[in-house]
Write a protein that binds this ligand. Sequence first.
Ligand SMILES: [Zn+2]
Length: 213
Amino acid sequence: MPCLYVYFYVYVCFALTFSSILPDTSLLINVMIEKLYNRQSILLQNGSTFRFPKGTYTLMLETIKTRQYNGVLEGKILKISCPRFASHRIRTFSVAKIFRKLIAQEHIRWLQTYVEVMHERYFPNVQSNFVRFKDMKTRWGSCSSKKNLNFSNTLLFIPPNLQFYLIAHEMAHLEHLHHKREFWNRMATLVPTYKKDAVQLRRTRIVFELKLS
Ligand SMILES: [Zn+2]
């Protein structure tokens, strides 16, 4: 045990002495995270177009004098306005939140139909209750004991194979409300590539970037 203290002391002395020439730790951590995660950047700027299951949508971004953030969908045009004077971080967060919400509202029927078709094909003997999008921060989806299916509104930004995996995963919880062997055996019958998809989804990070002209 005393040996550990000695090592620690030597390490601290070394770090303090050579901290100016050692690489920045936060930079190293960022590089490691970049390698671990598959970051997909979504650039939000005026005139950008986005393809979703219900079609192609164009973003119209404007800055306004007030402090409010507003968003409305007119046909296939997403109109979002944000305050002229606000920090870039808060503006990016708020615009991305409105953007995801509007696209999710537009696709709620698409999601419910997706689940209905899955019920007919793979889950005819179980029922689900509410099916909805949620602004989830750390999860992709959930299935409650009341059989409510919730999906992150970021689901619309991931590839179709991962959408299928995620929806099948949450629906399999209608039969098995746990992650034990029976659950994964069921997943294997639904999605042969479930192991690969699970890893891919876990590593996927959708990052929104805002560019105002
Ligand atoms: Zn699960």
